[in-house]
Design a protein around this ligand. Structure first.
Ligand SMILES: [Zn+2]
Ligand SMILES: [Zn+2]
Length: 140
């Protein structure tokens, strides 16, 4: 299944050619900035599966909580946050709000809930982590 998305003004369009590795919500303070208030809802996309089909996103570089470089892509014309490019991970978190349709998706985990405001409801039934989840065990 191929997903498509873009920014609010249409200057940037993209497609995702592989299934998401996972869907999650990040409540870190950097993501609160990027999301405009609440958590940052993202689909983790294999790095080679995100294909920009129109325009060019602008990148904001910063250091994440882990100290690793992260670039946050957004539209320079309308400001829509689009995706992030972590330097050390094999995936890119793509904002669910940038997708044309996210109705079938829901977060499978919440991370950095330590910095979530008390008023932010977090749906039960999915794992929550104070900061990053522990590293995944090696396959096999
Ligand atoms: Zn735009
Ligand atoms: Zn975050």
């Amino acid at each position: 299944m191929q997903r498509t998305g873009g920014c609010a003004c249409g200057a940037i369009r993209f497609k995702i050619t592989a299934p998401f590795i996972g869907v999650g919500a990040c409540h870190c303070t950097d993501c609160q900035k990027a999301a405009g208030g609440g958590a940052n809802y993202v689909g983790l996309t294999p790095k080679d599966a995100l294909v920009v089909t129109k325009g060019e996103a602008k990148l904001f570089h910063s250091k994440g909580d882990s100290g690793a470089e992260v670039a946050r892509a957004f539209c320079a014309d309308c400001g829509t946050p689009l995706w992030s490019v972590p330097s050390r991970e094999p995936f890119m978190p793509v904002k669910l709000g940038a997708l044309d349709d996210m109705s079938d998706l829901s977060p499978g985990m919440h991370i950095y809930v330590a910095s979530a405001p008390a008023w932010h409801a977090i749906a039960g039934g999915v794992p929550t982590f104070q900061k990053m989840p522990p590293p995944m065990p090696p396959p096999g």
